[in-house]
Design a protein around this ligand. Structure first.
Ligand SMILES: *Cc1c(COP(=O)(O)O)cnc(C)c1O
Length: 220
């Protein structure tokens, strides 16, 4: 993407008080650096090992976001530095993140991934599961993770009404969880939704973080 298009996109996103995570999965360092030179600092990857290799190779002031399904045995690769994990989809992985965060003497910010798409997606919680976790004694024992909000992916479809409905559902889930569990918790504030094809709808429906790949880097 050309600089002036990037600047236009940033303007569009920040007009809604949201933030851009540039999804750089499969893209080489040189392409990431080009965006870095435009001023972009937040990048997202969906594989722990690729994320960790890029973190080593690229400027140290990049903020790395984990956005894909995370296996428990891979948490250790990203725990020392990851800025935000968007894709917590089981209590088991949350516990593992807590354990690795403690080892690294830090608190790791996390989002809970909610299933909002109509299509049968493998990963993510339903609202009841999130409630069960947040109510549990086991959850309160986790001192090294901080839940900062929710993440979701809409159905891959041209049907705008459906996508909008799903984003609205995530926003509603956020509002109810905020009210029930985090009313006075300032850091519970993120709704990570919107990708290249649907980020404008997501912004209209209250997204605070859009995760955009192909629009920035070209098709994968
Ligand atoms: C790849 C990916 C994106 C970015 O998708 P684009 O359509 O290329 O913008 C966003 N979120 C997640 C979880 C992804 O895996």
């Amino acid at each position: 993407m050309e600089l002036h298009h990037y600047q236009q996109l940033i303007k569009e996103i920040s007009a809604q008080q949201a933030k851009l995570v540039a999804v750089s999965k499969t893209k080489p360092a040189a392409e990431i650096l080009r965006l870095y030179q435009y001023g972009q600092r937040a990048f997202g990857e969906n594989r722990a090992q690729e994320l960790s290799e890029k973190q080593t190779a690229l400027p140290q002031d990049i903020e790395w976001h984990m956005i894909g399904h995370l296996q428990t045995n891979k948490v250790k690769f990203i725990a020392p530095f990851v800025h935000l994990i968007h894709s917590i989809d089981s209590f088991r992985v949350l516990k593992e993140v807590n354990k690795e965060a403690q080892k690294n003497n830090r608190v790791i910010d996390c989002l809970l991934q909610l299933k909002i798409a109509a299509e049968d997606t493998k990963y993510g919680f339903d609202l009841q599961m999130v409630n069960d976790i947040l109510k549990s004694e086991d959850f309160r024992d986790l001192q090294y993770v901080r839940i900062c909000g929710l993440m979701g992916m809409a159905t891959f479809t041209n049907n705008e009404l459906q996508v909008r409905k799903e984003f609205r559902q995530l926003k509603q889930a956020f509002t109810s969880i905020k009210k029930d569990y985090f009313p006075d918790t300032a850091h519970f504030k993120e709704i990570s939704m919107g990708m290249s094809g649907d980020y404008q709808l997501a912004l209209e429906e209250g997204s605070t973080i859009v995760r955009i790949g192909s629009l920035l880097f070209g098709a994968r």
